[in-house]
Ligand binder design. Sequence first.
Ligand code: GLU
Length: 479
Amino acid sequence: MSSSDLPTQRVRTRFAPSPTGFLHIGGARTALYAWAFARHHDGDFILRIEDTDLERSTPAAVRAILDGMAWLDLTHDEGPFYQTQRMDRYREVIAQMLQDGSAYRCYCTREELDAMRAAQEASGASPRYDGRWRPEPGKTLPPVPVDVPPVIRFRNPIGGSVVWNDLVKGPIEVSNDELDDLIIARSDGTPTYNFCVVVDDWEMQITHVIRGDDHVNNTPRQINILKALGAQLPEYGHVPMIHGPDGQKLSKRHGAVSVMQYDEDGYLPEAVINYLARLGWSHGDDEVFSREQLVQWFDCAHISRSPARFDFAKLTWLNNLYLKAMPDDRIAALVAPRLAARGTALGAPEAVAMDLSAICGLVKDRAGTLNEIADLAMMFYAPPHPSAEQLAEVIKPEARPALRAFADACERIDWTREAIATAVKQVITEHQMKMPQFAIPARLLVFGRTQTPALDAVLALMPRELVIHRLAQGLAHAL
Ligand code: GLU
């Protein structure tokens, strides 16, 4: 076990989304890993909104992130902190760095920088800032132009390299020669992205930075600034991206949509959490585990080093398992608004007479999502409208007397699944029919479709009067 598996101080992780869009599935997984790591170590999980890009950040996106986190029940202990509210603090740190010499003003104009790059490219060198305003002992700096507002650059160390033992990727070493003097404040005084992240990770005392590996190139720069500030370095773990099933970057087509879209589509947060946890992390061969087990087992050592592949079928399979395990009344509460959205007046007497929990319990086995349960449940709530062709095709003349006899029997029997099954058997025996010859027409008349779960089971969940009414109405139409 490496030392990073046994933190010696209180663990503090953070999720630091930029509110430029909804919380998508990749961001949610990053948040989940940082959250699970903190919970595993009885530490703190901090939420920080990185909203310094004023053009791309929107309040709607902040809301969407908070909603997504709440839906997944990834609770934070501190925050949300907003970087736009911390500008004074960033400026203070910049002033302090200017004073201690770890940062300096650079008065290069855009034209000068362009010329610098062109000359470097022409000589085959890779483009980088040439350090012309970087103070060095014994060096004379150019005269300060009066009309150029300066940017502030970090005085990156020269020579040597930055090394860290990534919690996911293992040892990483980047030569300082590859890092030029990063701009930490623009000419209008606003601090830049990497700088705000550093100040926040430092002051929020983050011990473990767990984030997407699209940030791995920022890490050596951030480490150098942290060192210049005399900060204790956090550990870093960079989680590989999620790809689509075809190995391409995850796109909308693949499911890179808002986590709230999964809610809308009828996935349960428990299933999404389980799926995301397993997508790029493993605990042996375990596929199905609870949030508590995830917290108990989570570690960075078992985060996969290669990109994960998103698999909708697997998510739906898991969702079905969670639906099957969920109490029917809880499912009913989640399905009710979906029925309303499908045009069901749940307060109407026929609807009130039905037991939605029992209906959900009956149909959930074959459903991948809450929406599929709602679609199946609609056969109870929506009046059937079989077409004339369907009626002509399915309601054969020989079936009519049997359906009529069954409608009569419905008046007399106890309205239980067993009594209904007995009545159906009696009718088909008397009319010398096979079960499907009776059950398919009966389904069409009562439910408007030819496939349903077992006929006695679905009929028993429908109010008796409605069954009799629909049989009579359907037979009249079928004539
Ligand atoms: N704000 C960054 C993003 O949304 C994350 C920065 C970080 O985790 O260090 O990609």
